[in-house]
Write a protein that binds this ligand. Structure first.
Ligand code: ADP
Length: 456
């Protein structure tokens, strides 16, 4: 990864450096060319005005040559050198592209390489009375420009090396910051795979990786809770099965010791029968719960208050037996699409709990069932004044196998249950696309609210 980043950085920097250097050199040459053309035109003007004063013309040429740091030649219309700032070409003939075009009235320039040195050469015509009488040729090597470019090249190279070094260090830090949490997450996944449910990874940043770590931790806690509930559930079922099994074992042991009369046998067998019935009830309950959740919904339009009344009538005798009054009221008639049997089961479970967890210290115990309706939803509340649920336990009540009351209650009474009723209620409500909430205060009571979206 680091190598790839380095290559990308080097590539981008190289392209930029080449572009900068090329532009810089071209601009320098252009400036030099403009300056030399100006000098050539001035020399041509001064020459034609002093054509007869050869000594002045020679001095003038020499001083402009020094000033421009270039060789200046004046040739006549036959390409013969009349004046040369370096003297050596005087009276010789010169023929090149620039002189030819200047004698035809065109100023031109070109760059040549002579003895591995770049030379800029240009020529302008000398005109007198509309006649071209000769031309001024200037040639200047580009050594100074190339030196400047080389300096710039060195400068860029230095910047490039330090830039590359800094970016590599930064890339290494960033890559490390990025891969470190991923490594820790991988470790977390390995821990969970090996059964360490609930393992938490330390969240170090608030970015996407940070929220990934947060979600991982949530998932891990959820898995751990599911596992804890599963264990609780198996534990409570095993406990429920163990009690009748122990009783049966003790009864059979007692029966097998010594001779007893037929009535004692009959009595013992009746007890054994009672215990097996208890076990059968539990197994049936479990099987019914599983079936309830797995089966497909048979959806139909149902009148909700009728459905509620039917359910309340079934549970009424049980409420009476427990001295709990059931009170049902509704504002409007509500028709909903639902699986009647499943929703009856939901209501039954909630009212059953409200009766089961009544507060024996209160004079009166009640369960109020109220059906309300707004434009877009029906709201069903089942409120009791029972023992209530502690705040910190509230969010767990819908989890499978969760029981607030483990062992005897405050009043030393045992309330039976397996911790799956509300899990089934939630699952059935979710299947219908409805919502269920719970509010509760310890010693005050509990209210379950079901929200049913109404199709318009
Ligand atoms: P259980 O078989 O234990 O009743 P549920 O899933 O029906 O299992 O309920 C889970 C737990 O929620 C119960 O153990 C009980 O502590 C608490 N609970 C449920 N309904 C009520 C209620 N109406 N009042 C007080 N506690 C309740």
């Amino acid at each position: 990864m680091l190598i790839l980043y380095s290559l990308i950085i080097i590539l981008i920097f190289s392209v930029f450096s080449i572009l900068i250097l090329n532009n810089y050199k071209a601009a320098q040459i252009k400036n030099n060319e403009i300056r030399l053309f100006q000098t050539a035109n001035i020399v041509a003007d001064i020459y034609k005005q002093n054509i007869d004063d050869i000594i002045f013309a020679r001095m003038m040429l020499k001083s402009y040559s020094n000033y421009a740091n270039a060789r200046i030649l004046i040739v006549d219309s036959n390409k013969k050198v009349l004046l040369d700032s370096y003297y050596s070409y005087v009276d010789k003939s010169i023929d090149n592209e620039e002189i030819r075009s200047s004698l035809q009235g065109q100023s031109s320039s070109n760059i040549y390489t002579l003895d591995s040195k770049e030379v800029l050469q240009l020529a302008v015509p000398i005109t007198s009375n509309n006649n071209i009488i000769g031309s001024v040729l200037i040639s200047s090597d580009l050594v100074a420009i190339n030196e400047n470019v080389n300096h710039l090249k060195e400068y860029i190279l230095k910047i490039a090396i330090s830039g590359l070094f800094i970016s590599l260090v930064l890339t290494a830090i960033v890559t490390n910051n990025l891969t470190n949490p991923l490594r820790e997450l991988t470790l977390g996944v390995e821990k969970i795979t090996s059964g360490n449910l609930g393992y938490q990874v330390k969240k170090k940043s608030k970015d996407e990786i940070g929220s990934l770590v947060e979600n991982f931790n949530k998932m891990s806690s959820t898995l751990s809770n599911i596992e804890k509930n599963r264990k609780n559930f198996i534990n409570s079922i095993s406990h429920e099965l163990k009690t009748p099994l122990t009783s049966i074992k003790v009864l059979i042991e007692s029966l097998s010791m010594g001779n007893r009369d037929i009535d004692t046998y009959k009595e013992y067998l009746k007890d054994i029968y009672g215990e097996t019935e208890r076990m059968e009830k539990l197994v049936n309950y479990l099987m019914k719960s599983i079936k309830l959740e797995d089966s497909i919904l048979m959806l139909r339009e149902e009148n909700l208050e009728e459905l509620l009344e039917e359910t309340i009538n079934i549970i009424k005798p049980y409420a009476d037996k427990n001295n709990v009054s059931l009170n049902f009221s509704y504002k409007d008639s509500v028709t909903v699409t639902c699986d009647k049997d499943k929703i009856k089961e939901v209501i039954f479970n909630l009212i059953d709990n409200a009766i089961k967890y009544k507060d024996v210290n209160k004079k009166e115990n009640y369960v109020k069932i109220f059906l309300d309706k707004t434009i877009d939803k029906a709201i069903l509340t089942i409120e009791d004044n029972g023992i209530g649920i502690e705040k910190d336990k509230l969010e767990d009540v819908f989890k499978r196998g969760f029981r607030v009351l483990e062992g005897p209650t405050r009043d030393n009474m045992q309330i039976h249950g397996y911790g799956i009723g509300l899990a089934i209620v939630k699952s059935l409500i979710d299947k219908h696309g409805w919502h269920i909430y719970v509010k509760s205060s310890l010693d005050v009571g509990t209210t379950f609210t079901i929200e049913i979206p109404l199709s318009s």
